[in-house]
Design a protein around this ligand. Structure first.
Ligand code: PLP
Length: 229
């Protein structure tokens, strides 16, 4: 068995354990394999082991990789920062964008989504813990932004995405993820038909699933350590 196949099996086992612990069904949680910095051959290997959804951070790198993998039925998720000068590439090449953090970006993705493609699936990135990276909308602004985004054609609002600062232990990780879950519930109570909470990575996926994550984004545990970019 290849390493990537083995690793995928281990991650699926972690997800299954976390779901059992949280009394959730394992099919409520989707594994997004984060392939940033790894080449198309690593993605092919993961695909051969049953993985179809991949997350990429660096848009130019992703577009090249996507082109080299056209022969496979893969789903591509943009999980990196989206500058205004990159929205056209995201709209043309991705299935999902998790990192929409202002209306301007959503409007451009809406306008630039090519005719004939399915709507781009959108998550609003929330700066859930006020982390130093500052990416994401403030929690208090998330509902307003969601109510604007949901009206735009060419894109479909699916939910929220967070990247909390690393926390020391399970309880601390879960406490932050529960804040995201509360915000997600608030959007639903306001009548928005959102179904996606994208949170949890290699080091905190159990806490994220416990708190209600529906997509976990895992890189290192599948592909190994990344080289500095
Ligand atoms: C790199 C990255 C991941 C994956 O992180 P790992 O710790 O390698 O699992 C998930 N989400 C985002 C936004 C990332 O940039």
């Amino acid at each position: 068995m290849t390493t990537i196949r083995n690793n995928l099996q281990s991650v699926h086992a972690r997800i299954a354990d976390a779901c059992a612990g949280a009394q959730r069904q394992v099919n409520e949680v989707t594994l997004l394999a984060v392939s940033k910095t790894f080449g198309p051959e690593a993605v092919r290997e993961a695909y051969d082991a049953g993985q179809a959804a991949f997350g990429e951070n660096y848009i130019q790198e992703a577009v090249e990789k996507i082109a080299l993998l056209r022969d496979l039925p893969l789903q591509w998720h943009c999980i990196g920062p989206i500058q205004t000068n990159k929205t056209r590439l995201v709209a043309a090449h991705f299935d999902w964008a998790h990192t929409v953090d202002r209306l301007k970006i959503a409007q451009r993705l809406s306008q630039q989504r090519p005719q004939g493609m399915a709507p781009l699936q959108i998550c609003i990135q929330v700066n859930i813990d006020g982390g130093l990276t500052k990416a994401g909308v403030a929690p208090a602004q998330a509902l307003d932004l969601a109510q604007e985004v949901v009206q735009l054609p060419g894109i479909t609002l699916r939910g929220l995405m967070t990247i909390p600062e690393p926390a020391a232990d399970f309880e601390a990780q879960e406490a932050v993820h529960l804040k995201a879950k509360a915000l997600f519930d608030q959007l639903r109570q306001a009548g928005l038909a959102v179904d996606t909470l994208s949170m949890g990575m290699t080091s905190d996926l159990e806490a994220a699933i416990s708190a209600g994550a529906t997509i976990v984004r895992v890189g290192t545990a599948i592909f190994g350590n990344r080289l500095a970019r």
